[in-house]
Ligand binder design. Structure first.
Ligand code: NAD
Ligand code: UDP
Length: 335
């Protein structure tokens, strides 16, 4: 069975590629390397001792992307391709709408034209109105605080409409919580350009000596230690969630949204301490002002994922932090 991974050279895509190859799936990667390094392709091959086809292509470019569908008989698409930096999305909203929405629309048009029926989409907990509840179920009201979140919410709607219009489609909208960590080999990992926006890559760069100290955004939240609480999930668990979704697609039609999280929240300070324990490095930090748009605390309801995908996260916070450090230590300058 051939699985097309758009954005398959990225952080989550590369980890999913490894798990798919290990399970014997044939994969095809389509990526324009706008936020990834082509070296990742060799790393995936080295880890798995397997090979695969890749296309350097912008998936929002209909004519260019169509060549992939002409050449490959695709069974299922996992659609990772998109821009993901929240702050940048607020500064450059048109760039985000153009890339993320056009990629989704182009993909669905090509799936319809070439009779590809199954698609798993990288959505996000950013689609929830996280000010209304801490435990976010798939029924929690949806609302966004930034352009990035809106590109996910709008893409979800586009997929739902496509599934209503074409009853042969099977669409799983996976709402990721906070993916962190790396493959146990330390050969692939989260490799953001410039100064990281997300907590874990920032911490690993402090640990490796590239950044001086962490700014903890706010210590007056209504949480157990005053710092923000999130649901961090190991990227390998997340990757395995996609494989469960491939199986689900075989048996179901329509569109469904499903959370991928652990159901457990950790505060920023708890993450700092878990990382210090896993790495043996001290992480200097200062408290600074809250970051605009952040909320106190939220974590995933995991019931639906267990029920319909038969999937649940296995890795604990220690393994998440240890593997993030293993990647950074082995690749102090990234790929
Ligand atoms: P990433 O940036 O590492 O990977 C995305 C990949 O897509 C990159 O390799 C990039 O080069 C590629 N890409 C972007 N636009 C493209 C286009 N038009 N054509 C072809 N390739 C294109 O990001 P990631 O962390 O692996 O995230 C994967 C997906 O999951 C994204 O859609 C992201 O929004 C979503 N997501 C990520 C997180 C997270 O915290 N990492 C959380 C929730 C959702
Ligand atoms: N955070 C922080 N300092 C940083 C980056 C993040 O204190 O340099 C906090 C942030 O306020 C939030 C948590 O860490 O409470 C996770 O933030 P991240 O950006 O990784 O993910 P988000 O949940 O915002 O998508």
């Amino acid at each position: 069975m051939k699985i097309l991974l758009t954005g398959g050279a990225g952080y989550i895509g590369s980890h999913t590629a490894v798990e798919l190859l290990n399970k014997g799936y044939e994969i095809v990667i389509a990526d324009n390397f706008s936020n990834s390094d082509p070296k990742v392709l060799d790393r995936i091959k080295q880890i798995t001792n397997k090979t695969f086809v890749h296309y350097e292509v912008d998936v929002s470019d209909y004519n260019a992307f169509e060549k992939v569908f002409i050449k490959e008989k695709i069974d299922t698409v996992i659609h990772f391709a998109g821009y993901k930096a929240v702050g940048e999305s607020v500064k450059l909203p048109m760039m985000y709408y153009e890339n993320n929405l056009m990629a989704t629309i182009t993909l669905i048009n090509l799936m319809n034209k070439y009779g590809v029926e199954n698609c798993i989409f990288s959505s996000s907990a950013a689609v929830y109105d996280s000010s209304v509840a801490r435990l976010l179920t798939e029924e929690t009201p949806l609302s966004c605080t930034n352009t990035y979140g809106y590109t996910k919410l709008m893409s979800e709607q586009i997929f739902k409409d496509a599934a209503r219009a074409n009853p042969r489609l099977s669409i799983v909208l996976l709402r990721y919580f906070n993916p962190i960590g790396s493959h146990e080999s330390g050969m692939i990992g989260d490799n953001p350009n410039g100064i990281p926006n997300n907590l874990l890559p920032f911490i690993t760069r402090v640990a490796i000596g590239k950044l001086e100290r962490l700014s903890v955004f706010g210590n007056d939240y209504d949480t157990r230690d005053g710092t923000g609480v999130r649901d961090y999930i190991h990227v390998v668990d997340l990757a395995l969630g996609h494989i469960a979704a491939i199986d689900y697609c075989k048996e179901h039609k329509g569109a469904i949204a499903i959370n991928l999280g652990t159901g457990k929240g950790y505060s920023v300070l708890e993450i700092v301490h878990a990382f210090e324990k896993a790495s043996g490095r001290k992480i200097p930090y200062v408290f600074t002002a809250r970051r605009e748009g952040d909320v106190d605390e939220y974590y995933a309801s995991t019931t639906l994922a267990k029920q319909v995908l038969g999937w649940e996260a296995k890795f604990g916070i220690e393994q998440m932090c240890a593997s993030a450090w293993n990647w950074q230590k082995q690749n102090p300058d990234g790929y």
